[in-house]
Design a protein around this ligand. Structure first.
Ligand SMILES: *[C@@H]1O[C@H](CO)[C@@H](O)[C@H](O)[C@H]1NC(C)=O
Ligand SMILES: *[C@@H]1O[C@H](CO)[C@@H](O)[C@H](O)[C@H]1NC(C)=O
Ligand SMILES: *[C@@H]1O[C@H](CO)[C@@H](O)[C@H](O)[C@H]1NC(C)=O
Ligand SMILES: *[C@@H]1O[C@H](CO)[C@@H](O)[C@H](O)[C@H]1NC(C)=O
Ligand SMILES: *[C@@H]1O[C@H](CO)[C@@H](O)[C@H](O)[C@H]1NC(C)=O
Ligand SMILES: *[C@@H]1O[C@H](CO)[C@@H](O)[C@H](O)[C@H]1NC(C)=O
Ligand SMILES: *[C@@H]1O[C@H](CO)[C@@H](O)[C@H](O)[C@H]1NC(C)=O
Ligand SMILES: *[C@@H]1O[C@H](CO)[C@@H](O)[C@H](O)[C@H]1NC(C)=O
Ligand SMILES: *[C@@H]1O[C@H](CO)[C@@H](O)[C@H](O)[C@H]1NC(C)=O
Ligand SMILES: *[C@@H]1O[C@H](CO)[C@@H](O)[C@H](O)[C@H]1NC(C)=O
Ligand SMILES: *[C@@H]1O[C@H](CO)[C@@H](O)[C@H](O)[C@H]1NC(C)=O
Ligand SMILES: *[C@@H]1O[C@H](CO)[C@@H](O)[C@H](O)[C@H]1NC(C)=O
Length: 412
């Protein structure tokens, strides 16, 4: 058992921090934060590991796994006070840091976000890294736990973002510990609930946990073009989100236009847009002409580097998406899905493409997808119907009024 005495934190007196290393399993981590009265105020015990994928100087990729936390320190960990939320801050290895933020609500607390930073300048851990510096991934987890309950998740939880995969298991954590006593009432994660046969008693007054993963943010819209000897021959603006399903687990990857390059070629009957970047080896969109008067997306051929170091590749040359007349562009601002296979789909946002007949590097008139035009179409129709109805009402009242006044005049 290792104990640290931390310097006084303003407003909360002295903090006692005790670490019990290797208590149960060899890699279990345990943190027992105490307040000025030496009463436990935050308790956590968990296991984790990290896998990081990075680009090397010769443009290949390497992965590094971190599962040894032997010399970890917890400087900056804090139980929270009136002004600051609690957090667990952990430093380990060569420049790694790991921060968990908590927040209090009326009858519950949130395990808010998990932030992980690594320093690719360290050449022993990240040999040949192309980009040197501190990189951070910050995941909003948003687990809601009733106050005075200890959160438990023995099942494996995986967070995957950017180039980092985080695994957590055997997790026990309680923030805002009352009266210095860690609760015996466990609040289970969804995965653990299905494992145990005895359903834990959860008071009905407690807000239901929001354990569903937060929806991935929209990808940024990129502008891509292909140039031939005659100038720009293909234009594409789109936000792209790849959805790869492997072993029933979907990983969603947003394409960052800042790190994505476009190449391709243009012929009279086919055109190719090839995107490549740090995590996509290639993503090909092949367009074709049909009936001499329309174009469409015929083929997608993709090869993506996954965070675990493997490569996912798939192609389908029998697609029929983004259909529009030659000489125009295809536009769809709403989210649309291109289903390449059962395991691979592309979600597109703010899409506009013109693979043929580009004049002076500009888009021609757009043919809009039905999802967009539904709205544009419905509004004038609704206004038209309302106006028509009003005209009829005015006309009928006019007729009734005229007839009444005429009969009145005649009877006199
Ligand atoms: C945490 O530390 C306090 C003070 O040292 C101790 O009384 C308590 O039993 C510890 N709790 C756990 C769960 O280890
Ligand atoms: C990149 O360098 C590593 C060694 O640092 C080597 O193993 C790998 O084959 C190289 N890749 C390419 C594409 O040259
Ligand atoms: C990380 O932990 C998971 C779950 O226990 C395990 O499957 C995986 O092999 C571990 N990875 C490394 C690199 O230790
Ligand atoms: C953490 O704090 C200890 C003493 O409290 C100090 O010796 C150590 O250098 C600190 N580590 C970091 C990474 O700040
Ligand atoms: C990252 O690592 C390099 C080399 O070890 C070091 O010089 C640098 O100060 C580190 N950066 C930070 C922010 O810790
Ligand atoms: C991570 O993001 C959350 C909000 O999403 C923020 O409150 C928190 O401070 C961030 N953590 C770090 C270390 O940047
Ligand atoms: C903490 O102690 C106070 C007073 O001793 C008591 O009223 C309260 O119920 C206790 N809270 C918990 C969670 O045990
Ligand atoms: C360039 O334009 C000319 C005339 O419009 C056409 O014949 C030729 O095929 C074009 N070349 C390319 C590479 O598109
Ligand atoms: C990813 O694909 C899976 C399986 O097709 C689907 O259940 C999931 O909703 C998709 N996610 C997104 C963000 O499109
Ligand atoms: C791309 O670059 C722009 C401008 O430099 C920046 O505002 C944006 O955040 C970057 N996007 C990503 C995903 O890094
Ligand atoms: C994009 O192309 C430029 C110039 O060819 C190259 O320097 C850069 O590394 C490429 N970026 C990616 C992400 O492939
Ligand atoms: C996909 O593209 C790769 C690389 O250009 C190529 O080797 C492969 O044959 C293509 N697959 C299909 C089905 O077109």
């Amino acid at each position: 058992m290792v104990c640290f005495r931390l310097s006084p934190v303003p407003g909360s007196g002295l903090l006692m921090l005790c670490l019990v290393l290797g208590a149960v399993s060899s890699y279990a981590l345990e943190l027992n934060l105490t307040n000025s009265e030496k009463a436990t105020c935050l308790y956590a015990k968990w296991q984790m590991n990290f896998t990081i994928r990075y680009e090397t100087t010769n443009n290949s990729h390497k992965t590094v796994s971190i599962s040894d936390f032997g010399a970890a320190t917890y400087n900056g960990s804090f139980c929270g006070d009136d002004h600051n939320d609690p957090q667990i801050v952990m430093q380990f290895g060569s420049g790694f840091s790991w921060i968990v933020n908590f927040a209090k609500e009326s009858s519950s607390y949130l395990i808010n976000s998990i932030s992980f930073s690594y320093n690719t300048s360290d050449t022993t851990t990240f040999p040949d890294a192309k980009k040197k510096g501190v990189l951070t991934v910050n995941d909003s987890v948003g687990f809601q736990v009733p106050l005075n309950d200890i959160f438990r998740c023995n099942s494996l939880s995986t967070l995957e973002k950017d180039n980092v995969v985080q695994h957590y298991w055997d997790v026990h954590v309680q923030a805002f510990v009352q009266n210095g006593t860690v609760s015996t009432k466990e609040f289970l994660c969804d995965k653990d609930k299905t494992l145990t046969t005895t359903v834990p008693v959860i008071p009905t007054s407690v807000p239901s946990p929001t354990t569903t993963p937060t929806p991935k943010e929209k990808p940024e819209t990129g502008s891509y073009s292909v140039t031939s000897s005659n100038g720009t021959c293909l234009l594409a603006n789109m936000g792209l989100q790849l959805n790869i399903t492997q072993d029933k687990v979907a990983s969603v990857i947003n394409i960052n236009p800042n790190t994505t390059n476009a190449t391709g070629n243009c012929h009279s009957k086919t055109a190719l847009l090839r995107l490549s970047g740090s995590n996509i080896k290639y993503l090909d969109f092949v367009f074709a002409v049909k009936n001499d008067n329309r174009f469409y997306l015929k083929e997608v051929n993709v090869s993506v580097y996954l965070v675990n170091g493997s490569v996912f590749s798939i192609a389908n040359n029998n697609l029929s998406y983004w259909d529009a007349p030659l000489g125009s562009s295809y536009m769809c601002n709403k989210e649309q899905t291109v289903s390449v296979s059962g395991a691979f789909q592309i979600n597109t946002f703010n899409l506009r493409v013109q693979p043929f007949s580009v004049m002076e590097g500009k888009y021609s008139t757009a043919e809009e997808c039905s999802a967009d035009s539904d709205l544009n179409f419905l509004i004038p129709v609704a206004v038209g119907v309302a106006l028509g109805f009003l005209i009829i009402v005015v006309f009928i009242s006019y007729m009734i009024g005229r007839r009444k006044s005429r009969t009145g005049y005649q009877s006199v």
